[in-house]
Ligand binder design. Sequence first.
Ligand code: SF4
Length: 382
Amino acid sequence: MELYVHIPFCRQKCRYCAFASFAGQESYREKYIELLLTEARNRKQEVSGPVSTVYIGGGTPSLLSPSQLSVLIAGLREVFDLDGVTEFTSEANPGTVTGEWFDAAVSCGVSRVSFGMQAYQENLLRLLGRIHTFEDVRTCVHLARKAGISNISLDLIFGIPGQTGEDWNNTLDAALSLDPSHISAYGLIPEEGTPLMHDLDAGRLTLPDPDLERDMYSLACEKTALSGFHQYEISSFARENRECVHNIGYWTQVPYLGLGVSAASMTGISFSDEGMTYFRSVNPDTITVYEQQVLSGITPEAERISPSDARFETVMLGLRMNRGVSERDFYRKHGVTIGSCFGGKLETLKKRGLMLHEGDAWKLTARGFDIQNSVLVELMEE
Ligand code: SF4
């Protein structure tokens, strides 16, 4: 079982961000930690078995003070058995962290930090509404290492309006110069209602050409490979044994409990003659409604995922990863072969050069990765 904790505070809202995160709520942090711990107690029974990984995300977890972070993690330890946790990640915004914060994180058990670096160039960071510079990222990586954290991930964004191929090349070089153990490279997806989308709609900004964006993605794959990383998921590149175990859990249907505003959960996994089923729920996406729910002792409404939907999710999530979907794992989970559910379609996609059947696994080819969404739509069709 995995545990996710959402911290919905940010110093300033980034211009592309549609996550549940709010600026100007500093005074609410103490209260929010109490709510998280109340929710943890209310939902303790949904945790089956020991917790294997913890991920504190946001928002900006590094906006919690060192003592608030310590209170939160100590409180979680009182509710859940975290002794067997193999990976404990916290996200951090390079514009907000101090050496004391890292010291507190390490003494509470945090073993991995994920920084949103996003870009090297100050003009692009400003356009995105980020509150830091690349020099802040360099300082944070140094402080994290000094505190004893060696497992460091950097998030990067390509496809930013005005970003050139050379900008992206320099961003990759700058990230690699910090010798992280993991890099996530995401194509920018403009979200409805964000200031960035308004600027695009009004013609004040233009997205890079799709061919350039594809070249940027290829460059990320090439440069990370040349620096000793391997790609294990569409957007994720890791040094040996530094893959994000928590995220692999999401893609392989390991159950998880999500605490906090907008956090999703997958719990109540069970197996019957029909196959695997589980429940999915999502917390309210505003602090006020979340507070009311937690204080009333109400848990979020859960939707039962049927065996056929669970089978599709195994394929959909598994195909994000380079290792693909194992036939053995599929049978172990669902009690039927992947061939009997998707066989004809998989063979057709293979003939079209979009899928591979290697050993025990079905995987997307490079061309299949490029048009992953349409491949999934074909697999979903009756
Ligand atoms: S720091 Fe992250 S969560 Fe906060 S506004 Fe920016 S992108 Fe959104």
